[in-house]
Write a protein that binds this ligand. Structure first.
Ligand code: GRF
Length: 220
């Protein structure tokens, strides 16, 4: 069996779709063994079903608190055999105890150049700050929201007439390439987390990696 991956998603699922497409094109050596989330009607789950991937939606309202929800969710993730959890548009904060158990085995894609602009509305924050550059990051997940060591980033220019929508639209295909490259690198054993740092082969990286025109991770 190739490297088993579980994806958590709450909404549209375009990043999940990119992983599925890369896998089906033979470019990503993973099995997506579970797509799970907190929204039963999420398009991400429908797409997974259409591709024959097992799905699971749990309703947070059926659990007494966040920890109980996350324990149930991650019990299912563990039972799937996943060795890596990918948060791809998963819109819930995770319980710290659950997160700690998956240290080094869970990544998130976030639409900003972390550590800038954690949380929501990143495109708005970029425009408000007058930044000339923007981007997305893939990072190992820690207990801190959008914290954890950054594996790689992709960058775009902010143009004078950009809006939140135009920034989001231009960044999204870059996110797809970035996430696919990072999942592939972890599946191939090239990237891992150790002692709170990202290691590329046998060395910790000093700064986040970048992605080249062919979709490969390279030193920035
Ligand atoms: C992406 O912008 C991702 O970076 C953020 O949420 C969005 C999810 O989009 N975490 P999709 O559901 O993958 O289309």
């Amino acid at each position: 069996m190739t490297f088993p991956v579980a994806v958590l998603a709450s909404g549209r699922g375009s990043n999940l779709a990119a992983l599925i497409d890369a896998r089906e094109a033979g470019k990503l050596p993973v099995d997506i063994v579970l797509v799970a989330g907190d929204k039963a009607d999420a398009p991400a789950l429908r797409n997974a079903e259409a591709h024959g991937i097992p799905t699971l939606a749990l309703d947070p309202k059926s659990f007494p608190d966040r920890r109980a929800f996350d324990e149930a969710l991650f019990a299912n993730v563990a039972a799937s055999g996943a060795q890596l959890v990918v948060l791809a548009g998963y819109m819930r904060i995770l319980d710290a105890a659950v997160t700690a158990r998956w240290t080094g085995r869970m990544i998130n894609i976030h639409p900003s150049l972390l550590p800038k602009y954690r949380g929501l509305h990143t495109h708005r924050k970029v425009l408000k700050a007058g930044d000339t550059g923007h981007g997305a990051s893939v990072h190992f997940v820690s207990a801190e929201l959008d914290g954890g060591p950054v594996i790689a980033q992709t960058r775009i220019d902010v143009l004078p007439d950009d809006t939140e929508d135009s920034l989001a639209a231009r960044l999204l295909p870059r996110e797809h390439a970035l996430l696919t490259a990072c999942v592939g690198a972890i599946a191939r054993g090239m990237i891992r987390e150790r002692n709170g740092k990202v290691w590329l082969h046998d060395h910790p990286i000093a700064r986040p990696l970048a992605i080249d025109g062919s979709g490969h991770l390279v030193a920035a």
